[in-house]
Design a protein around this ligand. Structure first.
Ligand code: UD1
Ligand code: UDP
Length: 370
């Protein structure tokens, strides 16, 4: 059996890692294709190094551009790879443009697709990721859901047969790496930080970076906090700030802007933060797993269970609310087992193997060109 994974953006390198380990363990052939959506050392290569992920077999080198530019070029370049490799199944991860292009490129060649992190919804179609999720889920053959909510969301859209509740692959990765991170990372010493004496923030969602008022409100609220705020800044955010006049980094006072950090450094920064303020999807979950209160700089979240559990609060870009929460929000509930048992990759590959050995619906060595 030959499995081909398509990744391209930072969180996808973290999601593919346990799948790679599992396939290696089971001696199943795996081809790793990187679309090139993220390409800076700190947004791509560093994760391969940190997590000891082998070099991608293919890099499509698509880079940055509009959504149509990215998806269109990914589709064209991916087709060549798929025709050459003729994988038995393609796996796509999360909700980025690389996810949608990967799924669409494969189904057009009648190659079965498995979507890892299927069924997530924000119910906000202005969010580019929401379109990617809906389309990918509706064209994929195997929907690997991280939570029960994801299964329910798909059911509400009439999808019941293709869903598999497997837990969250990011939970697999964090469990495997948090100890390693604590042993290897020097980030606290390098930044002269003491545990629980700083906040951590990340911002990269289009709704925040592409809207000057929102970005300004976030920065101004961070400035009002009474602790240093460590801000590993996504290149999109850096670019947005440099384009908005009278919003310069020198104004940031207690905000310590640093380049994006490696996964292991990030885990240590997260674990030792007093609060995490973020619009990231993955970081909301990591905050929960590491038992750090999270303030989400968005109006909605796909990970509602964490909010229900009292470990995450939606603050949008409301300055007063952000400051109040950063100072006073203290969850008292225990974490629940919402995201599986850290063996999601094993479950995913089991489903793939079982279906491969059935005469249907797996199309072995699909006729790629018609
Ligand atoms: C993408 C995903 C988003 C995910 C995020 C993870 C889509 C639509 N969005 O958003 O769901 O949460 O990745 O981080 O797929 N840039 C660089 N160097 C890089 C990568 C990007 O400078 O290595 C800059 C470029 O100016 C680029 C901008 O960041 O135009 C945005 O990059 P892009 O990949 O289009 O979207 P993200 O905001 O990273
Ligand atoms: N991350 C990292 N370094 C950083 C910022 C994030 O290693 O400087 C990791 C983070 O720990 C999580 C993932 O990247 O595992 C989340 O990616 P991101 O926030 O870019 O995307 P999202 O999850 O919102 O799609």
């Amino acid at each position: 059996m030959k499995i081909l994974s398509i990744v391209g953006a930072r969180p996808q390198f973290i999601k593919v890692k346990p799948i790679i380990d599992e396939l290696k363990k089971k001696k199943i052939g795996h081809i790793l294709t990187h679309t090139g959506q993220h390409y800076d050392y700190g947004m791509s290569k560093v994760f391969f190094k940190d997590l000891e992920i082998p070099e991608p077999d293919y890099n499509l080198g698509v880079g940055s551009g509009s959504h149509s530019y990215q998806i269109g070029n990914m589709l064209i370049r991916l087709e060549e790879v798929l025709l050459k490799e003729r994988p038995d199944i393609v796996l796509v991860y999360g909700d980025t443009n690389s996810t949608l292009a990967g799924a669409l490129g494969a189904v057009k060649l009648h190659i079965p697709v498995g979507h890892i992190e299927a069924g997530m919804r924000s119910f906000n179609k202005k969010m580019p990721e929401e379109i990617n999720r809906i389309l990918t889920d509706h064209i994929s053959d195997y929907l690997f859901c991280p939570t029960e909510t994801a299964v329910k969301n798909l059911k509400n859209e009439g999808i019941t047969k293709k869903t598999h509740l497997v837990g969250d692959v990011m939970y697999d990765t964090i469990l495997d790496n948090v100890k390693i991170a604590e042993e290897k990372s020097n980030i606290l010493q390098n930044l002269k930080l003491k545990s629980k004496e700083y906040h951590l923030t990340t911002v990269h969602r289009a709704e925040n970076t592409d809207n000057k008022d929102n970005l300004r409100a976030i920065i101004e609220s961070l400035q009002m906090l009474n602790l240093p705020v460590i801000f590993p800044m996504h290149p999109r955010t850096k670019e947005a700030i440099s384009q908005y006049s009278n919003l310069t980094m020198e104004q940031f006072n207690n905000i310590v802007v640093i380049d994006p950090v490696s996964y292991l450094d990030m885990l240590v920064l997260e674990k030792n933060a007093k609060k995490i303020l973020t619009d990231s999807g993955g970081i909301q979950k990591e905050a929960y797993w590491l038992e750090v209160p999270c303030i989400t700089l968005r109006e909605e979240t796909e990970w509602g269970e964490i909010v229900q559990d009292g470990w995450n609060v939606l603050a949008g870009v409301d300055k007063k609310r952000i400051v109040e929460l950063a100072e006073n929000f203290t969850p008292d509930n225990k974490q629940r087992n919402i995201f599986g048992d850290g063996k999601s990759a094993e479950k995913i590959i089991e489903v793939v193997k079982i279906n491969y050995n059935k005469p249907e619906p797996f199309i072995k060595n699909p006729v790629a060109n018609s």
